[in-house]
Design a protein around this ligand. Structure first.
Ligand code: AMP
Length: 309
């Protein structure tokens, strides 16, 4: 069976939206990616680090969802990575209030032996130096390497980020970050410039406005499902990446045509994530609900038209 390796932060998040506020809840890029991919039944593992303050029951939750946690290192005297953010009324933009790296500064990712041959790797949002160390340990040269990043790493470790970008096949990045990385306002030009930095495939996430997939010749667009209520968008980008990567792992086909389907799976997963705070909605998502939502995506985007020239 194909395997999916995920590296990223495992965090505490404190979130404020126009609808409410949380204390420290489970967050971080890796849980969103892994829980989303787990809904597609793939064999996955998380490589990450937490402090002694990280609850056992959060770790148990990963295991209950068939996510291998043998490479989540626990450092008893340290504190878990902490992030807090506040959303604006449009729910599409947010301010980061705190990023406390804490235990993350001690991180030395070690890929478990049985996952060094994984067919898909997601380098979730994390320091580009650590993302690079994971690629170094992979023994499967044809593994599809997918990288996600954010403005924090562009602001603080741009050179390292540019180095790791040369080694990856796919980047998933949001629209504002794509503009920041390239200095271009047009997303089409930004995608071309990012492609020139290394990744063969560029996925630009546009929040409630969907996602674009580019390679050097083609472009594909999938909308986000129009939802009546968006409760908390935290982790939607990572959940997208998890659905995208999970689908590619399961189908083991890395063509542009199949990536289009993976974008739709990613978008469907993300549409669930935003319905509750943190990863809560992903925990009780069943396959029937996923099927119905994929069906809704099909209905939303299919149309018949007779063209006369
Ligand atoms: P998203 O909404 O998809 O951008 O993901 C938000 C998640 O990313 C939150 O759960 C945070 O804990 C995590 N996060 C925030 N800042 C960083 C960072 N600088 N590096 C890695 N993960 C982060």
């Amino acid at each position: 069976m194909s395997k999916l390796l995920i590296v990223g932060t495992v965090a505490f998040d404190a979130i404020e939206t126009p609808f409410g506020k949380t204390d420290k809840i489970l967050g971080g890029s890796a849980p969103f990616i892994a829980l989303s991919a787990s809904k597609l039944g793939v064999d996955s593992a998380i490589v990450s680090i937490v402090g002694g303050d990280f609850p056992e029951d959060h770790l148990a939750l990963f295991e209950e969802n068939n996510i291998n946690i043998s490479a989540i290192e626990v450092i008893p005297d340290e504190k878990t990575f902490f992030w807090s953010g506040r959303y604006h009324n449009d729910m599409n933009t947010r301010d980061t209030i705190t990023t406390d790296l804490n235990v993350l500064t001690k991180f030395n990712p070690i890929v478990p032996k049985e996952f060094q041959e994984a067919s898909v790797v997601v380098l979730g949002n994390l320091s580009p130096g650590d993302q690079s160390k994971v690629i170094d340990q992979m023994t499967n040269n044809s593994a599809l390497i997918i990288l996600d990043t954010m403005n924090y790493w562009m602001n603080n470790t741009l050179d390292e980020l540019l180095r790791v970008l040369k080694r990856v096949d796919v980047i998933t990045i949001n629209d504002e970050e794509a503009r920041q990385l390239t200095g271009e306002s047009s997303l089409v030009v930004a995608a071309r410039k990012i492609h020139e930095m290394g990744p063969e495939f560029v996925v630009i996430k546009k929040g409630e406005h969907g996602a674009l997939l580019f390679n050097d010749k083609n472009v594909f667009f999938a909308p986000a499902l129009p939802l009546e209520e968006v409760f908390d968008p935290t982790g939607a980008g990572d959940t997208f990446a998890g659905g995208f990567a999970g689908y590619l792992t399961k189908t083991n086909d890395f063509s542009f045509e199949n990536m289009k389907r993976a974008v739709v799976y990613g978008s469907a997963m993300a549409s669930f994530c935003v319905e509750k705070f943190g990863p809560e909605r992903m925990l009780n998502l069943n396959s029937k609900e996923l099927f119905n939502r994929l069906q809704a995506f099909k209905t939303l985007t299919q149309f018949e038209i007779e063209l006369t020239s």
